[in-house]
Design a binder for this molecule. Structure first.
Ligand code: NAP
Length: 257
């Protein structure tokens, strides 16, 4: 395998400052891509990711882009254009990873309209318009990778709106694959199970019983790590995955088998 399979490619990773997005950004950087690390609030975390990629010999820059409001995608790409021209002629992009997402833990009876709107705005509306705006920059042969969730195809009534956002994202993936195939652009979803990130820190970290329970859900018998997901994304981003499109790739370590 080539040491730098993504040499010459440019990637955008939303939510690249922490958790799964951080691992994806660092992995794509190690694989040779120039990485735009988009974040919402935690600039120092994004700067750390950029520094890490550069330390490993890669190229990266950070972009502040809070998602979940009207005009967010246009603002993200304006920020990308302003920075990317230093790295890529015409501010072109090859790999778009829609990773930023939020969880809203609420069952149907407690769900508020505001919570519903917010989780759909970040998890669904933002990826739709990031891709819409990004298509004019996305080179033929490009990749769209949407970070979904195992929750998309499970009944989890305690997070009912969250699961619905990820099902919507998977349907978006399907349609993108059909529409963009003629340009050799692939679109796939990656669906993690429980991954050890900040989003789960409150109940999972430093709690041996919770760790053991989470590990027991996966056939592979441990809690998933961000790097487990990043490896799958790196494959989908690579030329070796050029014949895979419109799919949801399971990243749950064999949960629910
Ligand atoms: P995380 O640790 O909470 O990190 C979230 C990342 O998204 C951060 O970089 C954050 O930026 C960014 N972000 C959050 N809200 C944003 C907003 N409104 N606009 C722009 N960026 C925003 O999350 P994670 O666990 O890595 O999850 C990443 C993705 O994987 C999500 O789509 C999630 O649904 C999915 N997923 C996670 C799990 C899991 O168990 N962890 C399981 C299945 C699916 P700041 O640092 O600036 O806040």
């Amino acid at each position: 395998m080539a040491t730098h399979p993504l040499q010459g490619k440019v990637a955008l990773v939303t939510g690249g400052s922490r958790g799964i997005g951080r691992a994806i950004a660092e992995r794509l950087g190690r694989d040779g891509a120039t990485v735009a690390v988009a974040f919402a609030r935690d600039e120092s975390a994004a700067d750390e990711v950029v520094a890490r990629i550069r330390k490993d010999g890669g190229r990266a820059f950070a972009l502040r882009a809070e998602l979940g409001r009207h005009g967010d995608a246009a603002a993200l790409w304006a920020a990308f254009d302003a920075r990317a021209t230093e790295h890529t002629p015409g501010a072109a992009v090859d790999i778009i990873v829609n990773n930023a997402g939020i969880a809203r833990s609420s069952d149907l009876s407690n769900l508020t309209e505001d919570d519903f709107d917010k989780v759909f705005a970040v998890n669904v509306r933002a990826p739709f318009f990031i891709v819409q705006e990004g298509l004019k920059r996305l080179r033929d042969g490009g990749r769209i990778i949407n970070i979904s969730s195992g929750a998309a195809h499970l009944a989890m009534p305690e997070a009912i709106a969250y699961g619905a956002t990820k099902s919507a994202l998977d349907n978006f993936t399907l349609n993108l694959a059909k529409e963009l195939g003629a340009r050799s652009i692939t679109a796939n979803s990656v669906a993690p199970g429980i991954i050890d990130t900040d989003v789960n820190a409150g109940w999972l970290r430093d709690n041996a019983a919770a760790q053991a329970h989470a590990a027991s859900l996966a056939a592979l018998g441990r809690v998933g790590q961000p790097e487990d997901v990043a490896g799958i994304v790196a494959f989908l981003a690579s030329d070796d995955a050029r014949w895979v499109t419109g799919r949801v790739i399971d990243a749950t370590g064999g949960s629910g088998l």
